[in-house]
Design a protein around this ligand. Sequence first.
Ligand SMILES: *[C@@H]1O[C@H](CO)[C@@H](O)[C@H](O)[C@H]1NC(C)=O
Ligand SMILES: *[C@@H]1O[C@H](CO)[C@@H](O)[C@H](O)[C@H]1NC(C)=O
Ligand SMILES: *[C@@H]1O[C@H](CO)[C@@H](O)[C@H](O)[C@H]1NC(C)=O
Length: 403
Amino acid sequence: MKYLPVSFIVFFVLISSSLISITHCADRKRNISKEEADDIKIQRQLKILNKKPVKTIITEFGDAIDCIDIYKQPAFDNPLLKGHKLKMSPSSIPRERTNKYVSSSTIFRGLQKERCPSGTVPIRRTTKKELLNAKYFTKKSKSIYANNNPNIGYHFVSAEEVVQGKRYFGAAASMSVHNLAVDPDQFSTSQIWIMNTTDQENNSIGFGIMKYPGVFGDSRTRLFGSWSVNGPQVHGCYNILCQGFVQVSFVMYLGQTFSHSSIYGQVSYDVYLKVSRDQEGNWWLSAGPSAGATENIGYWPNEIFTLLRSSASAVRYGGYVGATAQEATPPMGNGHFPQFGDYKKTAFMRVMKYTDKAGNLVNLDPHSVITTAPPQCYDIMFAGLVGNWEITMAYGGPGGICN
Ligand SMILES: *[C@@H]1O[C@H](CO)[C@@H](O)[C@H](O)[C@H]1NC(C)=O
Ligand SMILES: *[C@@H]1O[C@H](CO)[C@@H](O)[C@H](O)[C@H]1NC(C)=O
Ligand SMILES: *[C@@H]1O[C@H](CO)[C@@H](O)[C@H](O)[C@H]1NC(C)=O
């Protein structure tokens, strides 16, 4: 329970701060209604986020993917990135192998048949509905929080090394992908957090897989990344709901869907995800079918952070779920409690590693790992070394009415 605050903060920051930049344009000459004012804000924010595309690709699921001039992508509107020099690869991350064919040959459903023209990158277009929903979620979650019922609504399980004074430069794992039933009022994520926390301020990066119909308009399982800076200033958001993440891949992007999900008891699919800091302090997100075949999707630049400029004080692996109504919370993982008997029947993360100062991926030390879980509805089991799966854990749960 000791870790609860950070997760709450991360959530609120993520959803609310994408709207912060749009809250000062309402009062004009005319006395406009609240609805009109809100609409103007949303329209402005959309205009800022959705750049004029060179080309638009509609995916088979109906997502509009805009091909945006790589130098004109939304991130570069962030005042903190004035003068930032675009990097195309984290040249200083050792042993980085990128695989151009990752996205077309596997579980990742990036752009396949159609590609963006050269010099442009794919960016999933944000719809008005998504921004409105993000706003609605903020209001709803705030009111739940205000009702003195912080334990209703949001739950997480996590495993992390607890080593005083240790510094982390990244984190990675392969995580299983599942297709869960999630209501419009609920979200369910499997993720890795990279964070630095002081009494006055918190910074974090989160990445993993997410179902979030309320924000993304459907209940597909999607790749996500988030960042948050919470202290004197508050910034951050999921994916590209605000200006921060720099997209460099030509085929893979935040918000993209997966082509397979595990089937209970029959088959499990997992994806390898990693965030690692380069020597200039940018945090690179890469993904692929395995550790040996990854592609760089993009990075969160050093400049947008206050406490994650040099390193992180913790990396955490787990699941985070929530509901905006004071009702049932959604399933996590594959919707079943974790077990070690049959990994086809449990959600898991394996090859759990962190990046050390030299840029090498290192196994978590099983003896230093502690797990955290709420008393009901969800659980986490840390297995330690499991053959060539290396450091492994199982987690998840059915959700429901939890205390
Ligand atoms: C303008 O809005 C204010 C605050 O919402 C309200 O008190 C006032 O009556 C409105 N005036 C007109 C002319 O509608
Ligand atoms: C940062 O996290 C710590 C530890 O969870 C918490 O005590 C503190 O209130 C947070 N600070 C801010 C500014 O959110
Ligand atoms: C966390 O941030 C503080 C303040 O910037 C910094 O002094 C500290 O070194 C950071 N911790 C780590 C592990 O990087």
